[in-house]
Design a protein. Sequence first.
Length: 141
Amino acid sequence: MKILVINGPNMNMLGIRQPEIYGSATYEDLQAMIREEAGRLGAEVGFFQSNHEGALVDAIQQAYFDKVDGIVINPAAWTHTSVALLDAVKAVGIPTVEVHVSDPDSREEFRHVSYIREACVGTVRGHGLPGYLEALRMLVR
């Protein structure tokens, strides 16, 4: 099974940005943790991160042509504003799980809206970086 893990804006700054919310682990630590779990599950995993909305749309579309079986996506700030990401996930029809390190529903009111959620088969929020592993397991089952 091929899984693509997509991360949106500022996720490359893990370990630096707001450690009281996102912790001290780095983006590289996150990738290593996911690779290890994917190995245990017998899945192949790839990664994509961008601070640019269109690049995330391109990655979702490319996943279709690369015959990816599932997507784990943390759209980050684009969660609350991007109809384009919603439309891209709907267009490709690849099972997708939305992940958030923090729980957006317990933060500022504008973070309570997720445009992409309606196109996803599941959502994991507020479980820290291990939430990515939960999302991976949801797709592999």
